[in-house]
Design a protein around this ligand. Structure first.
Ligand SMILES: Cc1cc2nc3c(=O)[nH]c(=O)nc-3n(C[C@H](O)[C@H](O)[C@H](O)COP(=O)(O)OP(=O)(O)OC[C@H]3O[C@@H](n4cnc5c(N)ncnc54)[C@H](O)[C@@H]3O)c2cc1C
Length: 480
């Protein structure tokens, strides 16, 4: 097949999957008033692959079949491939109103990591995981599948290993091994896009001890597999008003509590089973690809924050004030540092033994850390420039009501020549991005998605070549 249409994608989601939203089982996610917004948002991926303006970037020709396929499925072999991948992610996020699509990005991050690590496991344990991963990768590419990745377990007591937890289901684990496959139970949290993708890829979330063999698992299953139950989070639910919520009324991500209740996985979809010493390696390798995805999709949101702040400054007549220019300059520096580091991470990639280009780990993590640790400060600059009407302005209905419209239009004007409606629209944009349910979602997304701040700090310290600097210091003092 190679490439699917939007309709084929949506048809694939009407498969009896078990999705719950606000206490109700959802019969069809594509027609659901809230989840349907997320489905339409991610459908952009399929539209871009057909659009002559974007097709060249979003697709590539599979050398084995000569068929056009989604470029996400192309394993990066060099810096150019990584730069194309980052551009594809940045562009689709920008066209998606600053909200990443993530229906192929995260899944292919997992496939690249699985291929890399499966080779190492096979060598050590005489297994055949790499062959299975390759077959699954081809299956996803040829069927143009969409994928979510369930890595983060619910974890219970964070200080304990899985086998020490009060409840075994705090980490996904094997409950039965059969001739044709395994049966798994447990739960993962925060699985983005799970209700509206075809398959789930499950990965270990951390390094395990030798006694945690039952938890050292990687596999893939279709979302409609019996026993897979998704409880979708309502947070970030949009209001239908495009005026009040210019971004989130049309663009949205949905995350789930992902339950595995005695789920059967056939052997050909099992990619790690009990090789505990590779659980941490796989978790980290996935994260290295996935943080590169993260820092590729962050800049469009930052650009929109800069634009919203600059627009507010113009509409309020403060664009020449020195403190406003300084804040805009800091927002630009913040954004371009993330963008520049993500490009540098592609340029300075390393090619692993299996031929896959891995983005530079220190630069990727620096970009993610810089983004996440300064995000709330960036929001503060935008809100400071915008002013209090961000949260105290009138409703759209008051602008429609003839009793109140005249007052609002006359009294809430800004700089001459700017309509009150446009000025209120700019306030609404700032509120939607920074002070709404969606704005709060973005703050949590910044801090925790793709790993919490401490994870990036540990990685930067671990991967930075400290020895080189120590040597310089020794040479400077003439030490032995
Ligand atoms: C919007 C969003 C989307 C996401 N999408 C996905 C997804 O698609 N797939 C997926 O698998 N995951 C996803 N995640 C999960 C994300 O990777 C985690 O939120 C993140 O790794 C933190 O894990 P946690 O939420 O369980 O918090 P915790 O791990 O509980 O972290 C909270 C705090 O506890 C600290 N902490 C945790 N354990 C320890 C310890 N042992 N010792 C000391 N300190 C500790 C952390 O450093 C942090 O400061 C998403 C998260 C968000 C917010």
């Amino acid at each position: 097949m190679g490439l699917r249409s939007v309709e084929q994608f949506k048809e694939g989601l009407r498969d009896g999957r078990s999705v719950y939203f606000k206490g109700q089982r959802v019969a069809d996610v594509t027609g659901h008033e809230d989840l349907g917004i997320a489905v339409d948002h991610v459908a952009l991926d399929f539209e871009l692959a057909e659009d002559p303006q974007h097709r060249g970037l979003m697709t590539w020709e599979d050398p084995q079949t000569g068929q056009p396929c989604s470029r996400y499925y192309k394993t990066p072999l060099n810096a150019e491939d990584l730069l194309n991948r980052r551009e594809m992610i940045e562009r689709s996020t920008r066209l998606g109103g600053s909200v990443v699509l993530l229906i192929k990005e995260i899944g292919t991050d997992a496939l690249f990591a699985l291929d890399l690590v499966a080779g190492q496991v096979d060598q050590r344990h005489n297994t055949e995981y790499r062959q299975r991963v390759a077959a699954y990768h081809r299956h996803c590419m040829e069927k143009d599948l969409t994928l979510a990745v369930a890595q983060t377990d619910v974890k219970g007591d964070r200080s304990l290993l899985p086998s020490q937890q009060e409840h075994p289901d705090y980490y996904v684990h094997i409950v039965e091994e059969r001739a044709d496959g395994i049966v798994v139970s447990g739960a993962k949290a925060h699985t983005t896009c799970a209700p509206y993708v075809d398959d789930l890829i499950v990965l270990p979330t951390r390094a395990f001890g030798l006694e945690d063999g039952a938890f050292a698992l990687a596999f893939a299953v279709p979302v409609n597999t019996p026993g897979v139950k998704l409880i979708a989070s309502p947070f970030g639910s949009p209001s239908p008003s495009r005026f009040h919520h210019p971004v989130s009324s049309r663009h949205r991500m949905v995350d789930t509590l992902t339950i595995f209740d005695q789920v059967f996985v056939p052997w050909e979809r099992v990619f790690l089973k009990g090789e505990t010493q590779f659980a941490g390696v796989l978790a980290n390798t996935f994260v290295e690809f996935h943080r590169f995805t993260a820092v590729s999709y962050k800049p469009p949101l930052c650009d929109l924050l800069i634009g919203a702040a600059a627009l507010m400054a113009q509409y309020n007549g403060i664009e020449k004030a020195s403190h406003v220019r300084e804040k805009l300059m800091k927002l630009i520096a913040y954004t371009e540092t993330v963008r520049g580091l993500s490009r540098a991470a592609a340029h300075d990639c390393r090619v692993a033994a299996n031929g896959t280009a891995v983005p530079n780990i220190v630069q990727t993590n620096l970009a993610k850390y810089h983004f996440a640790s300064n995000y709330h400060q960036a929001v503060c600059w935008v809100q400071d420039i915008a002013g209090g009407l961000v949260v105290t302005g009138p409703a759209e209905e008051d602008l429609e009501n003839p009793d109140t419209r005249g007052y609002i239009e006359r009294l809430l004007g800004g700089k001459k020549g700017v309509t009150t409606r446009d000025r209120l629209g700019a306030f609404n944009l700032v509120r939607d991005l920074t002070a709404s349910d969606f704005g709060g979602y973005n703050e949590l997304l910044a801090i925790h998605a793709e790993g919490s701040l401490e994870a990036q700090k540990i990685t930067i310290y671990r991967d930075f070549d400290l020895g080189r600097c120590l040597q310089l210091a020794k040479e400077a003092i003439g030490a032995a």
